[in-house]
Design a protein around this ligand. Structure first.
Ligand code: ADP
Ligand code: MG
Length: 301
């Protein structure tokens, strides 16, 4: 490969909104046959908003259902306000809008891929996946499990809220598929690549996003540290893997993939771990990058 042709490819990349770490990156791009796409923030906007507020039926509870909902939002919102996760921001913002000023937690811990736990107004609060609660010995009553499953089947992300050892409710958030994602997937397929959706979110939500953009292969409910294992497994099957992601939880997978592409709208950790950055956060630029590298390299040969 002549350095001049590769430099030209790099310059054209910049015009397309693709930052390339080094000219040699274009070489590895050529062999890619599989594109693993992170869901939240990559295929979807990642700008989630609070939707349903579901309070667990509690016969002994005092006050109106509206008061119970406000309390649920106050305690969950206060804790989530301390987290940077897109789900957390949606819950904190929605809670402040619906329940007013939020208290400040006296303890806070982020549990990667599961949720948050901490102390608010003297209560030990958990917000996150069902697994976060069960690992703390808190069971979800059947009515809440059913509401949670229904919301997820309808494509919303549902998280459970518990405090002082008892499940108190379910909050749902939803985020929109980016306008450009469906076309991007179509372009990637036209280049002969197989798209795979990879997410820590649940199977039902993942399937509904995959359906919306035309992806058949879905790997869901993957813990952040296991995303890299998924990439290795695909590589062990003999596939050459590009990974597109935006989050801190994608960084290891981006570094391990044969080609890592970061959303320019994502975290620094993802950008640093990647070979290419899609400056505008538009997934169509992933197809542009592959097209560009093929063209650049065929010019050289
Ligand atoms: P993704 O892979 O889609 O970017 P994550 O690995 O960050 O998602 O999170 C996986 C799941 O863990 C989320 O879908 C959510 O159910 C739960 N979760 C993570 N962080 C939080 C949080 N701060 N509050 C509530 N739930 C959370
Ligand atoms: Mg993400």
């Amino acid at each position: 490969a002549t350095p001049t042709a590769l430099m030209v490819g790099t310059g054209r990349g910049a015009q397309l909104g693709i930052l390339i770490k080094g000219p040699e990156v274009l070489e590895s791009t050529r062999r890619v046959d599989t594109v693993v796409l992170d869901k939240t923030g990559t295929v979807t906007t990642g700008r989630m908003t609070l939707r349903d507020v579901i309070v667990a039926p509690r016969p002994e509870a005092t006050g109106t259902p509206e008061e119970a909902a406000q309390r649920l939002l106050r305690l969950a919102g206060a804790l989530e306000h301390a987290s940077e996760h897109p789900i957390a921001q949606a819950i904190a913002t929605g809670a402040a809008e619906r329940a007013g000023a939020l208290p400040v937690p006296t303890a806070f811990e982020n549990v990667a891929g599961l949720g948050v736990r901490g102390e608010v107004e003297g209560h030990q609060v958990l917000v996150g996946r069902t697994r976060l609660l069960t690992e703390a010995g808190v069971e979800l009553p059947e009515a809440l499990s059913r509401d949670l499953a229904t919301a997820q089947a309808e494509g919303r992300t549902a998280v459970a809220v518990a405090w002082d050892g008892t499940a108190r409710g379910v909050l749902t958030v939803a985020d929109a598929v980016k306008d450009t994602s469906e076309q991007a997937v179509r372009e990637l397929r036209a280049l002969g690549l197989t798209p795979v959706l990879l997410t820590g979110d649940n199977q039902a939500v993942a399937a509904s996003v995959a359906r919306a953009v035309g992806i058949d292969e879905v790997i869901a409910e993957v813990m952040p540290e296991d995303k890299v294992e998924v990439v290795r497994r695909l590589q062990a099957e003999g596939r050459t893997v590009a990974m597109v992601g935006d989050g801190v939880n994608d960084a290891a997978a981006l570094a391990t993939a044969d080609l890592g592409l970061a959303m320019g709208t994502g975290t620094d950790a993802a950008i640093e771990a990647s070979d290419l950055t899609l400056v505008r956060g538009d997934l169509r630029a992933a197809a542009d990058a592959i097209r560009l590298s093929r063209k650049t390299l065929s010019t050289i040969k």
